[in-house]
Design a protein around this ligand. Structure first.
Ligand code: ADP
Ligand code: MG
Length: 478
């Protein structure tokens, strides 16, 4: 049965929806969550102080009317501002607000530990110490060589590239907010994302640009929660003008970080700041993401990158050689561009191996050397092993339909196949236990951990099982 307050709020929304523009409805009403109803007081949760103020300023009449209609003349509305929970019980949302008692100093600052090495080493200097409110200095984490100049344009990237360029000309002011760039691995998402950031810095030196990998973002968040300075974390991200977040798919299953990202996103978006997001899948295929976050991603533009055609691949190789100051016979370049069609990264990898081989063996780069190298290289380039692929191999091996893995069944053979798939997913992919669980029948990370232990145990103790596992392993990596 639906809770009363949910129903009341839904009734209000039905009226509100008919009375305002649909974009405004999406922006200001969809994110609201009803929380409780006590003595004719309906409490709704809003994402930030700013959000609340906006509602009060623009929609108060409409809100009042609908509430009274639903709850009678005594009906009232109260707001619960989500950000409060990150600000501590007393703090309004403000950058110069001291975040905890220990930190209440005359010179409030916002700092954010960024651990580039992803460990927890305390030796790494904190690049985000912000000395005063006026002089905000954030290391952008941008790689100089990933510029627009070095990003070859082709049919494969036309839309994403020009949208990226437009964003860099007018960050936060185009319809492309967020700009979401997606493609399989190795096709230039990270490069383009940096290019946008670098170009913003050229056009607007005073804007604060930050490039961050999603995994760094997650680790920083966990670290801040551990140290009790989530405030600093949130504040830090809220003052960025152009936030570039790479490989958002890693947020899958990370509910708490998604929650925080949602607030950061809203705050930046509402303040006219630019978001650039990359993903290895289009938003509709991102699993394990909160719907409210996915719906935000669709506000702007999603543009994909495809594998470049032959001419573009040749141009990419030429550009790379040019910037490295190396000359290679034209026929070798064309040969490489023809031979490698899996990704730009692999093609560049082949070129680098070739250059390395020639300089180590003091041989010049010839067609023959290229052919030998490609023979080895192409055979060795294992395709990226995905959880889906592992599930398929395992199910084929046990003669089970793949959908059984996702089904809610406890049949012994299905449970074991699922455990085996989890074990090999842990072994062959970089996915977290939570992600593996999510994709293997929507299990939690503890279940995956248990599965990995069980299978490792069986491999250790059961000869027959070890033989099966060995065969499956071979099939996965072949
Ligand atoms: P992704 O983030 O999609 O996995 P990257 O951005 O890391 O891919 O790109 C892989 C490599 O290919 C990088 O070295 C990048 O510079 C290069 N690359 C990809 N697309 C292009 C392009 N259009 N022009 C020049 N270099 C490219
Ligand atoms: Mg990348």
């Amino acid at each position: 049965m639906k809770k009363k307050y949910v129903e009341v709020w839904e009734n209000c929304l039905n009226v509100i929806r008919d009375n305002i523009h649909s974009q405004s409805y999406k922006t200001w009403f969809e994110p609201i969550v009803p929380v409780k109803l006590d003595n004719n007081v309906l409490t709704i949760q809003v994402p930030s102080q700013f959000f609340y103020e906006w509602l009060e300023e623009h929609y108060i009449v409409l809100l009042r009317k609908t509430i009274k209609k639903e709850l009678g003349p005594e009906g009232r509305l109260e707001y619960s501002i989500i950000m409060d929970s990150y600000n501590g019980p007393t703090g309004p949302l403000a950058i110069n607000y001291p975040t905890s008692n220990q930190k209440a100093s005359k010179n409030p600052y916002v700092s954010m530990p960024l651990d580039l090495n992803r460990g927890t080493s305390k030796d790494i200097p904190n690049p985000f110490i912000i000395p005063g409110l006026k002089k905000i200095k954030v290391e952008s984490q941008l790689v100089e060589s990933y510029s627009f100049d070095n990003f070859i344009e082709g049919e494969c990237n036309r839309l994403a590239r020009s949208a990226g360029y437009a964003v860099a000309e007018n960050p936060g002011k185009t319809a492309f907010n967020p700009l979401l760039i997606f493609s399989p691995t190795g096709l230039g998402k990270t490069h383009l994302a940096h290019a946008i950031g670098l170009q913003v810095k050229i056009n607007y030196p005073d804007k604060t640009v930050l490039y961050v990998q999603t995994e760094q973002f997650i680790n920083q968040f966990i670290e801040s929660a551990r140290n009790g300075n989530q405030n600093d974390f949130v504040h830090f991200y809220q003052m960025i003008d152009v936030l570039i977040i790479d490989d958002i798919q890693f947020l899958a299953g990370k509910d708490k970080t998604q929650d925080i990202f949602f607030h950061v996103f809203n705050h930046l978006h509402q303040s006219g700041k630019q978001l650039v997001i990359t993903s290895d899948k289009p938003p509709v295929e991102l699993k394990g993401m909160e719907p409210r976050l996915l719906s935000r991603f669709k506000w702007g533009l999603s543009a994909d990158l495809q594998m470049p055609d032959l001419d573009t691949r040749v141009a990419i190789l030429r550009r790379k050689l040019y910037s490295d100051g190396i000359t290679v016979p034209e026929e070798v370049i064309e040969y490489l561009a023809n031979a490698i069609t899996s990704s730009v990264r692999e093609m560049e990898g082949a070129l680098i191996s070739l250059i390395a081989q020639s300089s180590l063996n003091k041989k010049s780069i010839t067609m023959e050397l290229a052919r030998q190298m490609i023979d080895k290289f192409v055979k060795n380039t294992t395709k990226e092993i995905s959880i889906d692929y592992i599930q398929k191999v395992v199910c084929d091996y046990f003669g089970l339909p793949v959908d059984q893995i996702h089904a809610k069944t406890r049949k012994r053979e299905v449970v074991q196949a699922r455990q085996v798939a989890m074990y090999f997913s842990k072994k062959h992919t970089k996915s977290s236990l939570a992600t593996i669980g999510l994709q293997c029948g929507n299990k939690d990370h503890a279940t995956v951990l248990h599965a990995c232990k069980t299978i490792a145990n069986l491999i250790d103790t059961d000869k027959q099982f070890r033989a099966y596992a060995h065969e499956i392993d071979k099939k996965i990596i072949q």
